[in-house]
Design a binder for this molecule. Structure first.
Ligand code: ADP
Ligand code: MG
Length: 242
């Protein structure tokens, strides 16, 4: 099996041929926090899927990632685990600071709920160190304010709702944001969120670490890449990967 290689800071297109999974890759070997490993074990995940094995180490190095992998290949945990690891580190550095570190943008309310649930499960052993909210629901401004009042570490929302949160929370909400995920990136733009995304790109700090996850690499994904990514590692995973 050939080893996957990524040049430092160069965009790498990894063809399916050299994207095989080394049998020795385990969640432990990816260098994840022990609390996250407990969450993974409780979920019953024995080993990382291919997209997880490839994306997690690169993400932990701080790289932007554009990953195309088919539905069901485990893309959610591929970005959630590095985000959670980053939140845990930030908490160790500043235990008393409540700051939003990441936005996860998804095309639908239903997906927001699924992502939030998966995040809570992975973070089940992190105690109060990680607070993730589903910001995609239709709620009153009062509820929205209370949701944002303690700057949740991770906010999952559609672009329209994320922009509402940013408008309400202002600089105090976004100033410590360091990660942006766009899940189902191919759908997000085709659902008509372009203006919201433009506004979000303007409002968030520069130099974010960005993850674009998609089942297909479409023109929409290319547009988002130009809008949000620095110099992403491009992972293209094909059928039968795990
Ligand atoms: P995708 O976003 O690529 O369509 P998901 O993240 O929704 O895929 O994951 C698909 C399913 O696989 C989910 O039920 C998830 O719980 C499960 N899953 C994810 N990672 C693993 C793993 N490492 N081992 C076993 N099951 C996994
Ligand atoms: Mg998905």
């Amino acid at each position: 099996k050939r080893k996957f290689e990524a040049d430092n800071d160069a965009a790498v297109v990894a063809a399916a041929a050299n994207m095989t999974l080394d049998d020795e890759v385990t969640f432990q070997s990816l260098g994840l926090d022990a609390r996250l490993l407990q969450g993974i074990a409780k979920l019953g995940f024995a080993n990382p899927t291919l997209v997880q094995a490839k994306a997690i180490p690169l993400a932990l190095e701080g790289k932007d990632i554009l990953a195309r992998a088919k539905t069901g290949s485990g893309k959610t945990a591929a970005y959630l685990l590095p985000l959670l690891q980053s939140v845990l580190k930030a908490k160790e550095a500043s235990p008393n600071e409540n700051a939003t570190r990441a936005f996860i943008l998804v095309p639908t309310k239903e997906l927001a709920e699924q992502v939030q649930k998966m995040c809570e499960k992975l973070a089940a052993f992190c105690g109060k160190a990680v607070r993730v909210v589903n910001g995609a629901q239709n709620v009153s401004e009062q509820v929205q304010r209370s949701m944002l009042s303690e700057n949740p570490d991770i906010i999952v929302a559609t672009p329209a709702k994320a922009l509402l949160h940013i408008t309400l929370g202002g600089q105090a909400l976004v100033e410590k944001v360091v990660h942006l995920v766009i899940d189902e990136a191919d759908l997000v733009l085709s659902y008509g969120y372009e203006d919201d995304l433009q506004a979000i790109a303007k409002a968030l700090p520069k130099g974010l670490q960005t993850f674009l996850m998609s089942a297909t690499l479409t023109q929409e994904v290319e547009t988002l890449k130009k809008l949000f990514c620095r110099n992403p590692v491009i992972l293209r995973l094909q059928e039968g990967e795990d």
